[in-house]
Design a protein around this ligand. Sequence first.
Ligand code: ASP
Length: 346
Amino acid sequence: MPEAKILLIYTGGTIGMVRNPDNQSLSAFNFDALLKQIPDLALLEVNIETTSFPNPVDSANIGPSHWIMLAKILLDNRDAYDGFVILHGTDTMAYTSSTLSFILRGFNKPIILTGAQLPIGILRSDARENIITSIEIAAGRFPNGEPIVKEVAVYFEFNLYRGNRIHKHSSEQFSAFISPNFPPLAEIGVDVQFHHDRLLSVDETLSKSLLQNIHTNLNSNIIAYTLFPGQSHRMLRSLVDQGEVDGLLLVSYGTGNAPRDPELELAIESMIKASRPVVNISQCHAGRIRQDLYEAGRWLQQLGVISGKDLTREAAITKMMYLLDHPEVEAFRHWMESPIAGELSI
Ligand code: ASP
């Protein structure tokens, strides 16, 4: 087989940052300087080409316009490369990997995101290992030339995770991410051990239609509303009554429980009467929503609140952004409660 061809895309993030000598804060740096720090890349039996956002950013600044830009780079180069590695800040990596998994369903080639907790120029940085292993994973093929990974995944600190299952849980440990409701797709020690039974396989018909018709209309008029005891729900109600909220993500307790507070109930009722969806996920990172388990969850189900099942917060928000322009709430409910890119377990 000829060497795999990989496109390395730099968006910004700590991995390529340098310290400003005046105030010591970290800011995004030039891509060529980053590559010079890893001359070993030339030793890999992979043909690597690179591209970069015109202005690399701290991932706190990433949003829908960047996601569309990334999707366009990936689609324009899909046929010319065997796999893709995206260097991205860790802060919002889970949002980007989730969004890409939805808008690029059926892409059918490896899209691996990675980053680092320390800039590559620092001796103890985790960047070098994360980049090199991500490239090896993106280049992984079966003897018939088919890619091993055909989905959006995140490689970090010896684990490959499904991109729409991760959550950044630590700003200090090298293992910055967890995938609380889905096990790793691969574990990396001396060898790369893929769990083939966990990897997505792709429906070819789906892939053709979606790639011709990529859906980039992301609606961000969403409130992610985290409950806490004693909370006043007046502000939420007033925003909902002003018609400002197109989708409400209720971040509830435990298996999907919420206090039966009159203001909260009115806010949820007005959303649902106006055909604007309300989705329930849990403040717990692991486990799933079961609105029928307690009386404190059943009232939400009776009002028509949609179960976010075991979605992460990042996947729930970006999936809502992706699905919100569905004119029919029932179609929205159906897709929200069904896996479309391996993001939830039924
Ligand atoms: N603030 C940085 C970013 O997300 C943190 C990192 O990359 O780890 O861009």
